[in-house]
Design a protein around this ligand. Sequence first.
Ligand code: 13P
Ligand code: ZN
Length: 269
Amino acid sequence: MKSILENRPELEKIIREIAEVAGYLWQKGWAERNGGNITVNITDIVDDEIRTLKAIENPVPAGRTMPHLKGCYFFCKGTNRRMRDLARYPMQNGSIVRITDDCQAYEIIADEPVKPTSEIASHLSIHNHLIKKGSDYKAVVHTHPIDLIAMSHNSAFLEKDKLTYLLWSMIPETRAFCPRGLGIIPYQLPSSFDLADATLKELDAYDVVMWEKHGVLSVAQNVMEAFDQIDVLSKSAQIYLTAKSMGFEPKGLSTEQMNELRDAFGLAK
Ligand code: 13P
Ligand code: ZN
């Protein structure tokens, strides 16, 4: 069967990058079984031939109208599919979907009828919101990092910006490469619109959010940057937990040192 990637180097590059990140998520131990999901808005590189492709499955209602997704196309990880399989065979463990003209449903157009992630409510709501805001972010990555989830089981860390400052203070990289910090979303049922809506609200202030006792979600221009933000936060969490397991409370960078970093890197106040 002919793949939609054939003779489309730009699209192939994006799918290759998604596969690479899926492999990292598995290697990190963040992607048990089918844990986590990735979607990428590929609308900018869709050509006329793709626009005329017939759907290979009936449209699936999205559960709400998302007016800013008119004419949009996404790569979506398949529900119940493993990241480690996506890493090797991205087009057999994910699919390309088109939003229908009424902006109320999506339909799979390639390569195979792989049903999109159960977190599609959050992913599509986020893409809709990003476009509405005029953002150039295209990638949404959700994953289950052990260290960060463990910290979310302690209510002391769930206070607004408590984790942000703690994690920023563990290593300069985290302050520099996750400059908007980590938003916190109290536990909500996975796959629900309540979770989607709570996420949207936090994404106005943060590029990475914690879904309490579940995982994190990151948005960025591309899938690699979305991964990097989670990676630096997780590194900080590991430094914190390693110090604690050695029997002491890590001192952390001082506020002055973090402010110095902020100014040196030209980060927003
Ligand atoms: P999916 O397999 O449906 O993508 O679900 C994984 C997950 O992490 C749900 O939150
Ligand atoms: Zn999850």
